[in-house]
Ligand binder design. Structure first.
Ligand code: TPP
Length: 562
C-alpha cells in the first residue's frame, strides 16, 4: 500500500482506525497532501472531498451522528482550519467525536511571512478534548504514539467530543513510500463502573420525594432507555418531560413541554413544581421549563451522564452522577417501592391530554401561517422519518406537536447556530441512504448554509422543506426584538431572496407553494419515491406580518382548553 513518507501520518491514521474511525472528510489544499494521499490509499478508509471547510466539518458531524463513530477531518493550513470552528463547537456541546487533522507549517516558519500561515496551535482549545502537535518524524514506538492514543480515547470514551491533531509538514509534501497495512487492534473503550456508594444520597432522596420530575434533553434513540423510562412513568407521582430531540416517546410522557407549561394557570404553578428533578441527555430547548425550574424553591436536582459535570442549568444541582441513564434507570426499577405517592405525574399528563384533544381541530381552522405549515408537516410526515430541524423557530414550532411515530429528530442544539443545519443533515443522510431524511429549515438558515449543496454526495433520500417568511421569523416571536424599531432591519433582516436559483445551480428539484390547499396537495406526494434521482425542495411562502399573531393567538386560545 502507498502512503505518505511522513511517519507522523502513518502512526496517526493507524490509531484513528483503532479508535473506530472509518471516514475522513478531506478539504483540498497542498499542505495536507500527506494525510490525503495516505487516507486515499488506505483500503479501510472512506474519503469524501468537500471544499468548503465549514460545510465539511458540519458534514462530518452529520456522519458521526448517523454512524455513532468518530469521523476524521483534514484541511490545509491557514484560515481553512478556522472554518472548522463552528462545527467543532457544535460537536463539543453535542459530545460528538470528530478527529480533526490540520496540516501546518513547521514551527520555525510561523509568523515569518510565509503564505497561508497562522498560529494554529491552541486555536480550538476551548472546545476540544485535547490537542496534540505531532512532529513529522514521530515514530511508531515512541511517546507520540502513546499521546495520540490518549487523545483518541478522550474523544470516544465517556464524555465524548472532538480532538485536534496539528501536523506541521516541511516540503516535499508529496513523497510516498510503500508500507504494509498492519493489523489494527480496536481500542478497549470500557468505562469504569460507577461506585454504588455514590448513589446513596440520591436513592434516599428518590424514595422520600413526593413530586418527581424526570426531564430529558437531546439524545440518540435508545430503545432500552425508552422502555425503562416508560415503566417509570407508570408511577403517578412521577412526571416525565421529553422533547422530540430526546427521541423518547410513550403514552404517559409529556412530549410538548411548552404546550403544557403554557396552560398551567399562574396561581397553580406550585402544584406543578417538583421537589426532585432527575435529568439526563444534552440540550433542552424549552426556555420556559428552564425559567420554571430555576424559580422552583428547595428543588433537589440529580443529573446523570458523563458530560459536563459542572453544568448547573437550573441552579439547583445537588449531585452529578457519573453513569449512563440506562444504568441508573435500571437501578431505580429494582429499588423497593417509593414511600410517598401523589398524583403529580398524572396531573402533568392530564394537562397534555386536554391540550392535545383540542389542538388539531383548532389548527385545522387557523389562517395560513408558519404554525399552520408545521401542523401540516406533522400530519403528513411518514412514520420512521429522520427529521432534521434547523434553528431556530423551526425547532421551536416542532416542539408543539407530538412526535411522529418512529421518527427520529435531530437539530444542532449544541450551540443553536444557523450556520450548519443543512450540511449536518446532508452528512447524516449520506450515511442513511435507505431512509427518508427530511430537513425543515427557515430561509435565513438555508441561504446561510447553501454551500452544503455544493458536494457530489447529494442523494435522492433528502427532501427539504424551506419555510420562507422573508427573514428571521424567530425575532418576531421572542420577547425583546419585536418591541424595538430595529426589528425589521436588524433582527428579522427582511429580504426577498428565494431558493429557486440556488436549486437550479445545484440541480435540486424545486417547487413552491403559498397557500393551505396547495401545501396539503404538495405534502400528500412530496415524501413518496424518496431515494431515486435528485433531492427535492419545497419552498413554502408565508406572510411574516401574520405569523407572530397566529402563534400568540394559539398560546392564548390554548389556555381556555383546560
Ligand atoms: C451562526 C449564527 N448566527 C446568528 C444566529 C442568530 N439567529 C438565530 S435564528 C436567526 C434567524 C433564522 O431565520 P430563519 O432561518 O429564516 O428561520 P425562522 O426564524 O424564520 O424560522 C438568527 C440570525 C445564530 N443562531 N447562529
Amino acid at each position: 500500500m502507498i502512503a505518505s513518507d511522513k511517519s507522523s501520518v502513518q502512526i496517526l491514521l493507524k490509531r484513528c482506525l483503532a479508535a473506530g474511525m472509518k471516514t475522513i472528510v478531506c478539504s483540498p489544499g497542498s499542505r495536507n497532501a500527506p494525510i490525503v494521499i495516505s487516507a486515499d490509499s488506505h483500503p479501510d478508509i472512506e474519503t469524501l472531498v468537500i471544499h468548503d471547510e465549514r460545510v465539511a466539518a458540519f458534514y462530518a458531524l452529520g456522519i458521526s451522528l448517523a454512524t455513532r463513530e468518530p469521523v476524521g477531518l483534514t484541511c490545509t493550513s491557514g484560515s481553512a482550519m478556522l472554518n472548522y470552528y463552528p462545527a467543532i463547537a457544535e460537536a463539543y456541546y453535542q459530545c460528538v467525536p470528530l478527529i480533526i487533522m490540520t496540516a501546518d507549517r513547521p514551527e520555525e516558519w510561523i509568523n515569518h511571512g510565509d503564505g497561508q500561515t497562522i498560529v494554529q496551535k491552541g486555536v480550538y482549545n476551548n472546545h476540544v478534548h485535547g490537542e496534540l502537535v505531532i512532529p513529522e518524524s514521530a515514530k511508531e514506538k515512541g511517546v507520540y504514539a502513546e499521546k495520540i492514543e490518549e487523545l483518541l480515547r478522550n474523544a470516544i470514551t465517556g464524555w465524548r467530543g472532538p480532538v485536534h491533531f496539528n501536523l506541521p509538514f516541511a516540503e516535499p509534501l508529496y513523497d510516498t513510500a510503500e508500507v504494509t497495512a498492519s493489523e489494527v487492534f480496536p481500542f478497549n473503550v470500557g468505562i469504569e463502573p460507577f461506585r454504588a456508594e455514590s448513589l446513596r444520597a440520591f436513592k434516599k432522596e428518590w424514595k422520600a420525594a413526593k413530586k418527581i420530575m424526570v426531564l430529558v434533553g437531546q439524545m440518540d434513540r435508545d430503545v432500552g432507555t425508552e422502555k425503562l423510562i416508560n415503566d417509570l412513568s407508570l408511577d403517578p407521582s412521577i412526571c416525565v418531560l421529553v422533547e422530540n430531540t430526546s427521541n423518547l416517546s410513550g403514552s404517559r410522557l409529556n412530549h410538548c413541554i411548552d404546550r403544557s407549561l403554557n396552560v398551567i394557570p399562574e396561581d397553580q404553578w406550585d402544584e406543578f413544581k417538583p421537589d426532585l428533578l432527575l435529568t439526563f441527555g444534552g440540550a433542552v430547548i424549552s426556555k420556559r421549563i428552564k425559567t420554571f425550574l430555576r424559580n422552583t424553591k428547595g428543588l433537589k436536582h440529580f443529573r446523570v451522564g458523563f458530560e459536563f459535570p459542572e453544568m448547573d442549568t437550573y441552579r439547583h444541582l445537588t449531585q452529578h452522577i457519573f453513569a449512563s441513564p440506562f444504568d441508573i434507570l435500571k437501578i431505580l426499577q429494582k429499588e423497593e417501592m417509593r414511600k410517598y405517592h401523589s398524583n403529580f405525574g398524572s396531573k402533568w399528563k392530564q394537562l397534555d391530554f386536554l391540550v392535545k384533544d383540542h389542538q388539531d381541530l383548532y389548527l385545522d381552522s387557523i389562517e395560513f401561517s408558519d404554525l399552520k405549515v408545521f401542523h401540516w408537516i406533522n400530519q403528513f410526515l411518514p412514520n420512521g422519518t429522520y427529521l432534521h430541524m434547523a434553528n431556530s423557530s423551526v425547532v421551536r414550532y416542532c416542539q408543539l406537536f407530538d412526535p411522529v411515530q418512529d421518527a427520529k429528530y435531530y437539530g444542532n442544539r449544541g450551540t443553536s447556530g444557523i450556520d450548519g443545519s443543512t450540511s449536518t443533515a446532508l452528512g447524516f443522510a449520506f450515511k442513511m441512504r435507505e431512509n427518508l431524511n427530511v430537513l425543515v429549515t427557515g430561509d435565513i438558515s438555508f441561504l446561510y448554509d447553501s454551500n452544503a449543496l455544493w458536494t457530489k454526495y447529494l442523494l435522492g433520500n433528502v427532501k427539504i422543506i424551506l419555510v420562507n417568511n422573508n427573514g428571521g421569523g424567530i425575532f418576531k416571536i421572542i420577547d425583546g426584538p419585536s418591541s424595538t424599531p430595529q426589528l425589521e432591519e436588524y433582527f428579522e433582516a427582511k429580504h426577498e431572496q428565494t431558493a429557486e436559483h440556488i436549486c437550479r445551480a445545484f440541480n435540486i428539484n424545486y417547487r413552491s407553494v403559498s397557500d393551505d390547499t396547495g401545501l396539503q396537495g404538495e405534502l400528500s406526494t412530496f415524501f413518496k419515491d424518496f431515494g431515486v434521482g435528485r433531492p427535492d425542495l419545497l419552498e413554502v411562502f408565508t406572510d411574516s406580518s401574520r405569523n407572530d399573531k397566529v402563534l400568540k393567538n394559539y398560546f392564548q386560545e390554548a389556555k381556555t382548553w383546560i
